[in-house]
Design a protein around this ligand. Structure first.
Ligand code: FAD
Length: 475
């Protein structure tokens, strides 16, 4: 066994239940935790996540101190970094996996290099319950429907012999193994947009644990009822912590099983959608480049930069849509119900390609994960697995009235509508001049008229949908 080791930090910003870290500290005298910042993956593509990662590294650095481990950050491409490690360096490498097809490809190339150069390495299961290869239909093919997938996935997980991860060992002294390291500040986006996120998020392992505690103490009881109401913080907001591994999915799963009350079953099913998404993009990697249902390749999408920009700015004139888009830009997160509403509005009312929306979410979401984002955009557009049929078109007025009845959410993010009574809140264009004067708002000046008429947009969407030939909803 070599004296030195590197733990390659990827999406596992935690010390507890971190198998790669535990293995390295228990088998080596010197351990360096290394984060490889590949700017090509982030610039203009994942700007919001640069902030989360920079802060996560700060917190992890502090946490690793207790084990006498240095966190070293390099700006490089992963392949280049590892290709430069030769056997003569007397180093072993460990990491926890991540499950995006492109990352898996890079990992494979790195492993070939390690084998060729006799470099010792070990990789461990990443932040999922099952590896995607473990959950298959009886005939060996991949699932495309959620319910049977999840039934099978839970069975596989429960039957599995669980590894008990031993505690990290404290090392005698810290080591620096790398030259040309960078600071966490070098990762922050150039635009100060990220400053706002500091009001809403603490990207630490400790905060992740606190959220789980409060979820199990309070939120889980009424999760079934409150999870669809964006005006109430009824969901966990764990998504960025799960994505970056501040929270271990196995620990979360175990704790939920102990809770066994209220909406715990529904909550666990949501974790199932995350697993399903990872399974889908790895079983059908063509989803990364386009529609899973090939019939949609002929869908007559519209190129409409003006509408797309108004959607991004939260200026469509539909208050529930605008509230969601503004929440996203301000906080780097959006409530799930509203993600569905805004995504549906883009792909159906505006007929803009789902990939445009997916790309915008990718850049703005702190919890962006390729699997859930792509699978969910395709779910909304109707071109994915087990998807909502395209012809079922959300009415943004009714969605607002149903899920934000008292207007708490909409008035928070669209404050220019704060004086409007709830019965008009989701259709402000119905106010005549007198009402506008009375409620101190002028439509077209203080808040836009709707950019499309719901009924006309709906009919156009349905006509566009009819133009796709040979549609098959059975698989
Ligand atoms: C268009 C669209 C894009 C999305 N993009 C992402 C994304 O990039 N990253 C992401 O994590 N989620 C994505 N989701 C799923 C979902 O909106 C978020 O996971 C959820 O809003 C996170 O909030 P929460 O942690 O409070 O969820 P909770 O309701 O507390 O659920 C707990 C966990 O379950 C998982 N989960 C919940 N709902 C879903 C779902 N529908 N699909 C997959 N996993 C789910 C998440 O990991 C979440 O943290 C997207 C949904 C839509 C409609």
């Amino acid at each position: 066994m070599t004296k030195n080791s590197i733990v390659w930090i990827r999406e596992d910003f935690r010390c507890e239940n971190n198998e790669a870290l535990s293995y390295a500290t228990n088998n080596h005298r010197a351990v360096s935790a290394v984060y490889i910042y590949n700017s090509k993956k982030f610039n203009k593509l994942r700007e919001a996540q640069k902030w989360w990662i920079s802060k996560s590294l700060d917190y992890l650095k502090g946490n690793l101190d207790q084990f006498n481990i240095n966190l070293e950050i390099v700006s490089d491409e992963e392949l280049n970094f590892f290709y430069n490690i030769k056997k003569s360096r007397d180093i072993s490498i460990y990491w926890n996996k991540i499950y995006e097809p492109n990352e898996i490809l890079i990992e494979k190339k790195i492993i070939v290099h390690f084998k060729k150069n006799c470099i010792f390495y070990k990789n461990f299961k990443g932040n999922v319950l099952n590896e995607y290869t473990e959950v298959l239909k009886n005939d060996g093919t991949h699932f495309k429907v959620f319910t049977p997938f999840w039934k099978s996935a839970e069975t596989v997980f429960l039957k599995k012999e669980r590894k008990k991860i031993i505690k990290n060992k404290k090392l005698l002294k810290k080591v620096n193994l790398l030259k040309n390291t960078i600071s966490t500040k070098d990762i922050l986006p150039k635009k100060k947009w990220y400053k706002k996120f500091e009001k809403y998020w603490i990207p630490s392992e400790k905060k992740g644990s606190e959220i789980i505690k409060s979820l199990l103490k309070n939120k889980i009881k009424k999760y079934n009822y409150y999870r669809d109401l964006p005006g109430i913080e009824g969901t966990s907001k764990l998504s960025p912590y799960l994505k970056h591994g501040q929270v271990s999915i196995e620990i979360l799963w175990d704790k939920c099983q102990e809770a066994k009350e209220g909406g715990f079953r529904k909550f666990i099913n949501e974790l199932g959608w995350r697993e399903f998404s990872y399974n889908l993009i790895n079983s059908f990697p063509e989803m990364l480049k386009g529609n899973l249902r090939k019939e949609f390749d002929n869908f007559p999408w519209e190129k409409n930069k003006k509408f797309f920009d108004l959607w991004k700015m939260g200026m469509t004139g539909y208050p529930i849509v605008d509230a969601g888009m503004r929440e996203l830009y301000e906080t780097g997160w959006m409530h799930n119900r509203i993600r569905m509403v805004v995504a549906s509005f883009l792909v159906k009312h505006l007929r803009v390609h789902w990939m445009e929306g997916e790309r915008y979410f990718r850049n703005c979401l702190l919890d962006f994960n390729e699997a859930s984002n792509i699978a969910q955009w395709q779910w909304v557009a109707g071109c994915g697995a087990d998807a909502a049929p395209y012809f079922r078109i959300f009415n943004p007025v009714l969605q607002g009235e149903k899920f934000d009845k008292n207007g708490l959410y909409t008035k928070k993010w669209v404050p220019e509508l704060k004086n409007i009574p709830n019965k008009l809140l989701f259709k402000p264009w119905e106010m005549d001049e007198n009402s506008q004067r009375y409620y101190n708002i002028k439509l077209g000046r203080d808040y836009p008229f709707p950019i499309v008429n719901h009924k006309i947009a709906r009919d156009l969407a349905l006509n566009a949908f009819k133009s796709i030939k040979n549609i098959n909803f059975k698989n």
